[in-house]
Design a protein around this ligand. Structure first.
Ligand SMILES: [Fe+2]
Ligand SMILES: [Fe+2]
Length: 395
């Protein structure tokens, strides 16, 4: 059903009987036909038709010849305030009607944690935390690592997704607590699996890369709990111990009947192409290519996860950080592939800016991936031109 919605006054209009699907809600004390001037609409008192956030415009809002909001825009408080600031007093909106399908369902994507495939992803992911934990502990106790069994963990989780790139969106919603290390291993593995497809790896290489992601931090199982879970900054001595998880991990896997690329990923995923990494300070092409990819996925997951000293960072902030800090340290070709794919994953997503506005990402700037063009109402905001604005979070 369509109504004209009023923001402050309780006076509301309703359509004539021959157009019974429409009525009116207004924004201020005066009531006007700001949307259409539809002569069929007659004033009727209806106290329940005051505008609310979440309503959807059934008709564009034009003021002095300027298009302020297009049809099917979801009304947020910002948008309502924006329309009021232009003196708009009435808008035409859809309201819930049992006889007609809700327009809300057609144009408002469900929140991530209410989506059906997210629910099954979440369930599978939670089950697999314990499976991974069990397998890694067994390997640490000397059991042979099974590539097939480890790969199945990631494959089963991936199988719950309708679109593989939703991984970026979904892993942000997985709560990490006591099992943060194992959740991190799963996340890196899922990202590695996606990465393998982006760079057109052969299927058997994707399997190895995926398992390399699961096993990359296996050495952390030997790091003392008080260092691994310490809140706040590690001392120099603690950091020296923490860094040993790379060589400890390699030693754990060294004698196992698994591919060298997996072992080298555990050893080299903190190496940097400029030689500033650890444990060996390897340079450029001396770093295993699987380890280069694991490294990028590892940093991405660490940055986007909640930490005790800060909340999770928005993917666009992470892209910016990669752009400004990581070229020269990480494999350039892989990094570019990764950042482009992240950025395009969030095209058409809703984001919150640091001024509180909720906008849609409508254009990715290939030269400046962290500064897309976003849309607020009918205003396009080029974040490259508005340095004062930042994307705080994807909502
Ligand atoms: Fe690590
Ligand atoms: Fe890691």
């Amino acid at each position: 059903m369509v109504v004209l919605a009023k923001i402050i006054s309780r006076s509301v209009f309703e359509t004539s009987p021959n157009n019974s699907m429409e009525s009116v809600t207004t924004m201020n004390n005066k009531t006007i036909y700001a949307a259409s001037g539809d002569k069929n609409i007659k004033p009727v008192r209806r106290s329940n038709a005051v505008i609310k956030t979440g309503m959807v415009l059934a008709q564009e809002v034009i003021h002095d010849g300027k298009l302020l909001c297009s049809k099917n825009t979801v009304l947020t408080q910002d948008r309502i305030d924006y329309l009021k600031s232009w003196g708009v007093e009435t808008v035409k909106v859809y309201i819930q009607d049992t006889a007609a399908p809700s327009k809300h369902e057609l144009i408002v994507p469900a929140p991530v944690n209410e989506r059906v495939d997210f629910r099954s992803f979440e369930k599978e992911y939670s089950n697999k935390i314990n499976v991974v934990k069990g397998q890694l502990i067994d390997i640490c106790s000397g059991a042979e690592a099974s590539v097939d069994r480890l790969y199945k963990v990631t494959e089963d989780i991936m199988g719950k997704l309708e679109h593989k790139n939703d991984i970026f969106n979904y892993i942000r919603f997985m709560k990490q607590s006591d099992e943060a290390t194992f959740g991190h291993c799963i996340n890196v593995s899922l990202l590695c699996n996606l990465f393998g497809h982006w760079v057109n790896m052969k299927e058997d290489e994707i399997v190895l890369l995926t398992v390399a992601g699961i096993l990359h931090d296996i050495g952390k199982t030997k790091i003392p709990e008080q260092i691994l879970c310490k809140r706040g900054r590690l001392t120099e001595e603690e950091f020296t111990i923490m860094k040993t998880h790379t060589s400890v991990g390699y030693d754990l896997l060294r004698s196992m009947n698994i591919q060298e690329d997996i072992k080298l990923s555990a050893l080299m995923h903190h190496e940097k192409i400029d030689g500033s990494g650890y444990p060996m300070g390897a340079v450029g092409s001396g770093i295993n290519k699987f380890a280069c990819i694991v490294s990028i996925c590892d940093i991405y997951d660490a940055m986007t996860a909640d930490r005790c000293y800060r909340g999770r960072l928005s993917p666009f902030y992470v892209i910016k950080t990669f752009e400004t800090q990581s070229y020269g340290e990480l494999n350039t070709e892989y990094l570019l592939t990764f950042l482009q794919n992240i950025a395009y994953t969030f095209l058409n997503s809703m984001v919150k800016l640091n001024d509180g506005r909720e906008c849609e990402v409508v254009f990715i700037n290939k030269q400046h991936l962290s500064r897309p063009i976003v849309k607020h109402g009918n205003d396009l905001i080029d974040l490259l031109l508005h340095k004062e604005l930042d994307i705080l979070e994807v909502i």
